[in-house]
Design a protein around this ligand. Sequence first.
Ligand code: SF4
Length: 328
Amino acid sequence: MNRTKEALLEVKGLKKHFPYKKGMFSKETGSVRAVDGLDFTVYRGETLGIVGESGCGKSTTGQLILQLLEPTEGEIWFEGKNLSSLNKTDLRELRQHLQMIFQDPYSSLNPRMRVEDIVSEPLRIHGLYQGKELRERVVALLRLVGLDEHHLSRHPHEFSGGQRQRIGIARALALNPSLIVCDEPVSALDVSIQSQVLNLLKKLQKELGLTYIFIAHGLPAVKHISDRIAVMYLGKIVELAERDELFANPSHPYTEALLSAVPIPDPTQRKERIILQGDLPNPANPPSGCHFHTRCPYVQDLCRQKAPELTTRSAGHVVACHFPLGHE
Ligand code: SF4
């Protein structure tokens, strides 16, 4: 990809804490730190993969970017504008250029609506097309995703999982977005269908100049579509690098463990899978110091006492670890 390096989205100090009461009759409160201080930029035309286990805050990050949740702290700048400083009209206008493709095409499409109504809904809400032009626009969108005019009058249950995801993609494209947050868009699909949908997303990116944030729980899913990859753990980015650099030189022990689970196509090569001990800690009560220290095979005393900052390892490659891999 010939990336222009023009920033489309900038996330600065982003936090989302969900408050809760510690007991039914208790006045004491706590908070789940779902997203706990994110800083990253997404460049126009690229795909940024965001990877981490369930509960690491990656989907909450997507919802914050799409303004479906209000941040506790921090700023989101899109197309040079701070979204929290916009009035309702301007935000509504800009929001058209931010869309989402959901994980589950079975539940994200209204089963009672026909495909024509599903795909045309955003256009009707924004009053962009009417009558014959509206129908023509919907047919054009369906063709873009490999469906056709004869699908217009059908209902979601008449389609396969892959076709339903294509309908969801057509709907996401309706308002000519510049950024699409893809929240695990293939994880509910059969493996044979996954690559078809990924190839479609790549084709659309090329044809329409789209920018993607691609959220997934494992590295295999983001490997073939991402230009850069951010690895998240308990609400924070622990490593971010160009895809090839991340795969060749992982610096964070958590990334190393995720990478060890990626199958190698060459049967003559073997690698040992690193099994992390224990579950993801409770984000309402994260471990002291480095949040990963309870599961890290390289933990030292400093790790329990002091949280590591994101530091630059090489150009475009940052890592939050006191003892990054490959360093003495
Ligand atoms: Fe492991 Fe320590 Fe690095 Fe955290 S800071 S990832 S515990 S080595």
